[in-house]
Design a protein around this ligand. Structure first.
Ligand code: AMP
Length: 194
């Protein structure tokens, strides 16, 4: 299986590049942000609980997102591989993901990190907040956007070291033409163990 973690701060282009990777490699896309937003739209208990954190720009508790991903891995046992987008966001989530994949006889092939500086991120997210359908309230308030970037810096960045320690980390500069960045991601992905 080809299991990729697409990593980077909010606004780095993970969603856009994930879509292109899915089309090319036929992977199942697991975006915890998308899964949480659909739980919110359906007004489930999980969604309502998650919304309290998302409205503050904070991470949702590990147990909630780990449980959601565990269900998705189980229900897609025939997948050629997964692309994890916005997950894992803490070292505890990364460790749990390793365990879940091992139980399914597979492992993370590699992480690809998109590097984008903070000013560019803030600009991109505010723009997305003005254009996204359906609207994303967490993209429209600059204080909230900065809080999400700060959550990323303190809690999520260490996840890169987790994968670097396993020899599975690659980094790509995330500003430029979408196609050019995609080409660089593919160069990394094509060398990963399947
Ligand atoms: P995203 O769409 O990936 O930017 O996620 C939007 C929001 O959902 C984040 O700001 C978090 O509040 C929450 N979220 C998404 N994925 C995770 C995760 N893996 N762990 C904790 N919270 C998450």
């Amino acid at each position: 299986m080809l299991n990729i973690v697409l990593f980077g701060p909010p606004g780095a282009g993970k969603g856009t590049q994930s879509q292109k990777l899915i089309d090319k490699y036929h992977l199942v896309h697991l975006s915890t942000g998308d899964l949480l937003r659909s739980q919110i739209a359906e007004k489930t208990e999980l969604g309502l609980k998650a919304q309290e954190y998302m409205n503050k720009g904070e991470l949702v508790p590990d147990a909630v997102v780990i449980g959601m991903i565990a269900d998705k891995i189980k229900s897609n046992s025939n997948a050629k591989g997964f692309i994890f987008d916005g997950f894992p966001r803490t070292v505890a989530q990364a460790a749990a993901l390793d365990t879940m994949l091992k139980e399914n006889g597979t492992a993370i092939s590699g992480m690809v990190a998109l590097e984008v500086d903070e000013e560019e991120l803030t600009k991109r997210i505010i723009l997305r907040g003005q254009t996204a359908v359906p609207p994303r309230p967490d993209d429209q308030d600059e204080t909230l956007v900065r809080k999400r970037v700060s959550e990323y810096n303190t809690k999520t960045k260490p996840v890169a070291d987790f994968y670097a320690g396993q020899g599975k980390f690659a980094s790509i500069y995330g500003i430029g033409e979408i196609e050019e960045i995609f080409g660089q991601i593919c160069n990394v992905v094509d060398k990963l163990p399947k």
